[in-house]
Structure formats: structure tokens, C-alpha cells
Design a protein around this ligand. Structure first.
Ligand code: TRP
Length: 331
């Protein structure tokens, strides 16, 4: 039987946090053998908010190097940059004609970003979910591993697939979101009731994959904790619980075991242990990313091969779509 198709992408905007690492990239790695995976750097999505061109270019390559450093194997999956495969934009155009302005204007992220970028509410920002649907549907994707914040977008992709299939006949596989648990709930170190975000204004709130050892240890030392002194995972201790979650995710142990380890110890011990654990875990990834970034020729080759793999699959779907909607394609 054919393997199930998995699609996911990350935007090259802002630095990735340990939440992105635990919640997305680490899971992608574990799915490479079992599934047919397409992993992209969503540069076309990134420009829906203003980007500095030279930074966008640099971040795109950094993200590719990071995927590879984390263990994404370009032999096993298609690792590519979205703008290298023109079918994404082409399918998005067709899907635009079945997407309604009303439903797009009601999307949570659109409303949220319209507020945050009130000076730049562009058509692309509103069209973001349609482009994302095109990403997913081009590859006849079955599963889309994403954080909970992207669930609504995957639902729009489902709706558009069903709508298109109803109007023009069976064309797209209807995808399902795969909401990743571990890491999906890593919270801000400064406000542990909020998700850790790569765009948080407070630099101490998020730990970035690019942070050096001292920075990581310092950020955990400054993490907001709770009243009381017992290291225990509980609802009334969001700060301590968050630190325990991070610790366990990186150590691969159960919360119970971590609680036992810190029995009789204090918050300070926990903070130091988490900081050092995270720094130790990220050091080899950072080193490998740096090595890869010094080998641009290799990175270009990986991206070229990835784009070709994606292109072959994307072309098949797009020509089916063009036929269904009635575009003349020659005799
Ligand atoms: N919107 C996603 C995010 O910001 C990134 C993304 C773009 C994506 N295209 C996708 C995720 C397709 C899953 C599938 O996280």
C-alpha cells in the first residue's frame, strides 16, 4: 500500500523557538520513515507581512539548514522552498475562485494580523489560507501536522477540497489536521498562560533555537514561577508545569519521574536543570546548522532536488485541476 502523504511548512519569518522545535520539526523527523513527506519553507506566506528582502533570503537558508541539522533527510522526503515550485501560486489562483470573501475575512489569524499590521492589510494577508490550502492540496495530502493555532487553516483547506470536488468532480484528497501534542503547549517563560511565540515582544519570553548557551541558561533562570516551593505539575502552577514540560520533552522522560527527581529541591534547581538540558540538547543542532550554512553549494543541491520532487507531484494535481475547470490544454 502507498504511504500516507504528510505536508507541513514553516514560515521563514522570525527565529524558531524551542516550541517550534518540539512541536513541529522534531515530529517531522520521526514521521519520515512511515510517511511520504513534503516539508517546505513557506517564503510566499512570509511576504504577507513586510519583510526585509535580504533577511528573508538569509532566514530561508537558515531554516533549510536547521531542518537538515534536526535530522530531516532529503533522501526520504521532499525538502524545498515554496516559491521554487510555481504550482503553489497557480493552484491558489484557481482556489481563489471558490473561496468566499466572507469566510476569509472571518479567519482568526487574519483578524489578528490585521490588527497587528493595520497599516498593511493587503490582499495576500487575506488570501493566506487559500495559498496554504493550495500547498496542502497540491500533494493529495492526507495529514497535516501543525500546532493548534493552524487548525482553522487546515479546516479551510478541507472545505475548499470538498467544495471543489463537489463542483468539478473528485480531484483532491480531503486532508486532516494532525494536532501535535508535545511542544504544542510550551508556554512563554514570562507569562506561562500564553503560548511561547517567535514574535513575542519580550525577548526573555521565548527561547530561540539560535540562542547560545549562556542566553538559554539565563532565560530559564529568569522564568516566571509560581507561589509555593514544591516542584509539582499542576494547574495552579503554570510556570513550574511549563518548565517541567520543557524538561521532560527534551529528556524524553515522564512528568512523574521529573517530579521525583526534584523532590526536596526548589524552583531554582529546576530552572538551572532545564536551562542546561536545553542548552546541551541544542548545541549539536546549532553546530551542524552552522557547518551546513558554510556549505551553500550543498544546500542549493538539496533544494534543487527537493523542488524537483515536489514539482513532479504538484504538476500532476495541477493539470488535473486545469482540465476539470475547463482550461484548454491542447489536443
Ligand atoms: N501557516 C503555517 C504557519 O505559520 C505555515 C504553513 C504554510 C503551513 N503552508 C502550510 C503549515 C501548509 C502546514 C501546511 O505555521
Amino acid at each position: 500500500m502507498d504511504k500516507k502523504v504528510i505536508y507541513s511548512a514553516v514560515q521563514p519569518s522570525g527565529n524558531l523557538t524551542i516550541g517550534n522545535y518540539l512541536g513541529a520539526i522534531r515530529n517531522w523527523v520521526s514521521m519520515q520513515d512511515e510517511y511520504d513527506c513534503f516539508y517546505a519553507v513557506a517564503d510566499m506566506h512570509a511576504i504577507t507581512v513586510r519583510q526585509e528582502p535580504s533577511e528573508l533570503r538569509r532566514r530561508t537558508l537558515e531554516l533549510v539548514a536547521l531542518y537538515l541539522a534536526c535530522g530531516i533527510d532529503p533522501e526520504k522526503c521532499a525538502l524545498y522552498v515554496q516559491s521554487h515550485v510555481p504550482q503553489h501560486a497557480e493552484l491558489a489562483w484557481v482556489l481563489n475562485t471558490i473561496a468566499y470573501v466572507g469566510e476569509m475575512s472571518r479567519m482568526t489569524q487574519f483578524k489578528d494580523k490585521s490588527q497587528r499590521h493595520a497599516e498593511n492589510i493587503n490582499m495576500g494577508l487575506m488570501d493566506y489560507p487559500v495559498l496554504m490550502a493550495a500547498d496542502i492540496l497540491l500533494y493529495q495530502t492526507q495529514l497535516v501536522p501543525v500546532g493548534a493555532d493552524q487548525k482553522q487553516h487546515v479546516e479551510i483547506a478541507r472545505d475548499l477540497a470538498i467544495r471543489f470536488n463537489n463542483r468539478y468532480g473528485e480531484t483532491f484528497t480531503v486532508p486532516e489536521p494532525l494536532i501535535l501534542k508535545s511542544g504544542a503547549k510550551i508556554c512563554s517563560l514570562q507569562d506561562p498562560t500564553k503560548k511561547m511565540s517567535k514574535s513575542d515582544e519580550n525577548p526573555n519570553a521565548s527561547v530561540f533555537l539560535t540562542d547560545d548557551r549562556d542566553t538559554i541558561v539565563r532565560k530559564f533562570k529568569r522564568a516566571v514561577t509560581d507561589s509555593g516551593s514544591e516542584v509539582k505539575f499542576s494547574e495552579d502552577k503554570p510556570g513550574v508545569s511549563n518548565l517541567l514540560s520543557v524538561y521532560c520533552a527534551f529528556r524524553g522522560i515522564a512528568i512523574r519521574d521529573a517530579e521525583r527527581e526534584f523532590c526536596g529541591k526548589g524552583y531554582g534547581d529546576l530552572k538551572l536543570a532545564v536551562g542546561e538540558t536545553v542548552a546541551d540538547a541544542l548545541a549539536p543542532v546549532q553546530e551542524e546548522q552552522k557547518r551546513l550554512l558554510s556549505d551553500k553549494k550543498y544546500l542549493s543541491e538539496v533544494l534543487k532536488a527537493g523542488a524537483e520532487k515536489a514539482y513532479r507531484a504538484a504538476r500532476r494535481t495541477l493539470s488535473k485541476v486545469y482540465r476539470k475547470v475547463g482550461f484548454y490544454q491542447g489536443e
